[in-house]
Design a protein around this ligand. Structure first.
Ligand code: MG
Length: 270
């Protein structure tokens, strides 16, 4: 199942995305929000509409999280490129929900930062309330699906502040989308993985694969849910591969996750 959220007849709606004549298109609206199904996707009611090509839809962020819980340094080569040690347990931080930005939205570089970086990531969307799951629980039951995230970061302020709320939390610093899908396996099966690629103005800057996670999603979600309840719709950007770097006004950043699609956003100066 693949869905997006979009403006339709003046309302924010979820749309079921299917391939129509080789192109992704919205073919139904979901009358129940996916995060309200509490893991029971079969219960979603839908209404068929005239197919809308995905690239022509007025897309919104496909998630409405109560919180965005990010993983820092979850790829070895990214940890070392910034001169940090390899973490011994998942490193968590929160990103403000007010930073959410839809596909096609514009990232604003704040005046008070001299260096704003892209971080292309696989985003995990929670589908079922999760708090301190049993040791033998299959964590996949709590995952609704996966999307693309750009964990935009004011790198100079991150270093200056010592903690990351401000540098990661500016408005527009969390582009997400275009769709959420449950049709990929980033790390659960033997040898599973999906490519995570970031391009700036068409030039490849990051080219990683989730099979190289330092902490797989089972470990990550258990670690988070040991501390805080994860609610349906919550978003977990799972860390960025090596190759982070700055953007300037006029740049176009694309984050592609294999099997999800491409999240495209331009950059302006505030
Ligand atoms: Mg990140």
């Amino acid at each position: 199942m693949k869905y997006c959220r979009f403006q339709f007849n003046g309302q924010a709606q979820y749309g079921l995305v299917e391939s129509v004549a080789g192109r992704d298109a919205i073919v139904r609206v979901l009358l129940t929000a996916p995060e309200e199904a509490d893991g029971d996707m079969e219960s979603l009611r839908t209404r068929r509409i005239e197919a809308i090509p995905l690239e022509e839809a007025a897309l919104l962020p496909p998630v409405r999280p109560s919180k965005i819980v990010c993983i820092g340094r979850n790829y070895r080569e990214h940890a070392t490129e910034l001169g940090h040690d390899i973490p011994t347990e998942p490193l968590l931080f929160l990103k403000a929900t007010s930073a959410l930005l839809p596909p096609g939205g514009v990232v604003r570089r704040p005046k008070i930062s001299q260096r704003v970086d892209y971080e292309g990531e696989l985003g995990v969307v929670i589908g079922k309330t999760c708090y301190q799951p049993a040791a033998d629980a299959d964590i996949r039951q709590y995952i609704l699906g996966y999307t693309c995230v750009n964990d935009v970061t004011a790198r100079d302020l991150q270093n200056k502040d010592g903690q990351w709320s401000r540098s990661k939390g500016f408005d527009t610093f969390c582009p997400v989308g275009p769709v959420v899908t449950d049709e990929i396996d980033p790390c659960f099966g033997a040898g599973a993985g999906v490519g995570v690629q970031t391009r700036v103005n068409g030039q490849v800057k990051q080219d990683g694969n989730t099979r190289d996670f330092l902490f797989k999603l089972d470990v990550v979600i258990r670690h988070i849910a040991q501390a805080m309840t994860l609610f349906p719709g919550d978003l977990i950007p799972s860390g960025t591969p090596a190759g982070v770097g700055p953007v300037v006004a006029g740049d176009v950043v694309e984050v592609s996750v294999e099997g999800v699609g491409t999240l495209r956003n331009s950059v302006v100066d505030e």
